[in-house]
Design a protein around this ligand. Structure first.
Ligand code: AHR
Length: 495
């Protein structure tokens, strides 16, 4: 047992609100995320709503999923949205050049996605094709989904069965333009962005368009610098950032069969997110001291070798307690950086990378990551409460990481929530909170923990890892004391 950690949580109402979009998701035409995951088709025997499986709809609704990004990813810069509207027999096929070279029939298109978002109560976030599309194609997409009057695209939408525009606010101007989006320099992309953004018309969408520039790969600070410097600020609302967690990019290792060295490396990359959002935010502060342009982490999560026997292009992997640790620390980082970070999208929703659900025919399981997202949903739109502490160390073979990660918030009815993670693979950690600034009667708490870091839910044992009541804490005279077991996530709620 390490020395006790003292944490002060201040009741600071000047702190920013935690944007609910930090709890966002990302669904790409990749492997079995859309086809065979979310979308099974209307004729499927699996119970569905307009082709989308009902068990998954319920699971995502339960997460209060605030926003969903689609159709990519790398796929976005190959996607021609007009191929996915109108009668199925007229829709051309598309070969998914990035992910497994499979041929898709374009049966899941704009209407399917936007209607699904309505069912989920989630905001859609459309990532448009800049790499291989045209300005006209992009402008037409906005007109198709957002224009309410007489116009060529609005009339086409009506012809295909939708009278009312969907009012899509969030638009990605390309994806990973430094890589699969076109291998561009930031200077070239900044110019292209200016051109595309000029033709993004806000039609009659009352909330306005929210334009997101394709952002940096991990610590490419020059990218953020150029976007912030070269794009006129009236043309942009958000700048993206992508960063994944892995053992080594060239040798990712198995999703389940990993050792502590591999776990430690994965947590090093996950915790690097703290440095990344800090440094990208500092650059944004320099060009935008008022904080009008927001940081959008629209791809994050763990990335391992694909499950043996599955298509290498499908990125199907299991999800263990290691992933619960990634989710817990990443969401705490985003919460604590709420001043600049206004959206984050976990990659990806189902059957791909760090998924919240996995499917096998009619069966579906929820992953440890799902349970973390569910436990943390209480932070959505809540007032962030600044947390101060010196984290104890998790040491492995001479290297160390902060073992404990914490964020806290107060919701609209004054309920306090604290999420605490102990990533240490071996040691429990004792934490004492000074809550003297609050008037509280006590806490209820939940914990996600398991016997081994490699534990995971399977189709035969779907509830091996689920949250349970956490009792190992004491609350007296404004002081909350608790012991966090090794690799655990705890969320407390004040009474
Ligand atoms: O999420 C998988 C891929 O990772 C996305 O398509 C791409 O944007 C990123 O490189």
């Amino acid at each position: 047992l390490q020395a006790q950690t003292s944490v002060v949580i201040s009741n600071d109402v000047d702190a920013p609100v935690i944007n609910r979009n930090i709890y966002g998701h990302f669904a790409e035409h990749l492997g079995r995320c859309i086809y065979g995951g979310l979308y099974v088709g209307e004729d499927s025997e699996i119970p569905n709503t307009d082709g989308v499986r009902n068990d998954l709809i319920e699971a995502l609704k339960n997460l209060q999923i605030p926003i969903l990004r689609w159709p990519g990813g790398c796929f976005a810069d190959t996607y021609h949205w007009k191929d996915g509207i109108g009668p199925q027999e007229d829709r051309p096929t598309i070969v998914n050049q990035w992910w497994g070279g499979v041929t898709e029939d374009n049966s899941f298109g704009t209407h399917n996605f936007l209607n699904l978002c309505e069912v989920l109560g989630a905001e859609p976030y459309l990532a448009a094709n800049i790499g291989s599309g045209t300005v006209q194609e992009f402008a037409d997409w906005i007109q198709y989904v957002n224009h309410s009057g007489e116009s060529p695209m609005a009339n086409l939408r009506r012809e295909y069965g939708r009278e009312k525009p969907w009012g899509v606010k969030y638009w990605g101007v390309g994806n990973e333009m430094w890589g699969c989006g076109g291998n561009m320099t930031p200077e070239y992309y900044a110019n292209l962005y200016r051109q595309y953004a000029t033709f993004m018309t806000n039609w009659d969408n009352e909330t306005g368009l929210y334009r997101i520039a394709s952002g940096a790969n991990v610590d490419d600070y020059h990218w953020t610098e150029v976007i912030m410097r070269d794009v006129p600020h009236h043309l942009i609302e958000g700048v993206a950032l992508h960063s994944y967690s892995f053992v080594e990019w060239g040798d990712k290792g198995d999703a389940v069969d990993f050792n502590e060295a591999q776990y430690f490396s994965t947590m090093q990359t996950a915790l690097k997110m703290e440095e990344l959002v800090t440094k990208h935010s500092e650059i944004m502060d320099k060009y935008d001291p008022k904080g009008e342009i927001e940081l959008i982490v629209d791809e994050w999560g763990g990335w391992y070798d694909v499950q043996e026997g599955t298509n290498p292009g499908f990125l199907y992997q299991q999800n263990t307690m290691r992933d619960a640790m990634i989710a817990g620390v990443s969401l705490n980082i985003f919460n604590n950086h709420s001043k600049r970070v206004k959206m984050a999208n976990l990659a990806q929703t189902v059957n791909v990378l760090q998924a919240v659900a996995l499917t096998d025919g009619a069966k579906m399981i929820l992953t440890p990551t799902y349970h973390v997202m569910e436990m943390y949903k209480v932070h959505q739109d809540a007032q962030l409460l600044p947390v101060e502490f010196d984290a104890p160390e998790y040491t492995f073979e001479g290297e160390s990481l902060p073992a404990v990660s914490i964020s806290a918030s107060k919701d609209s009815i004054g309920v306090l929530h604290i999420s605490a993670v102990n990533i240490d693979a071996e040691n429990e950690n004792e934490v004492e909170f000074d809550l003297s600034g609050f008037d509280l009667d006590g806490f209820n708490a939940e914990i996600l923990v398991s016997e081994t870091l490699q534990d995971h839910n399977t189709f035969d044992d779907p509830e091996k890892i689920t949250p349970s009541e956490f009792k190992d804490f004491k609350f007296k005279k404004g002081r909350l004391k608790m012991t966090l077991p090794p690799f655990s996530v705890v969320v407390l709620e004040s009474k």
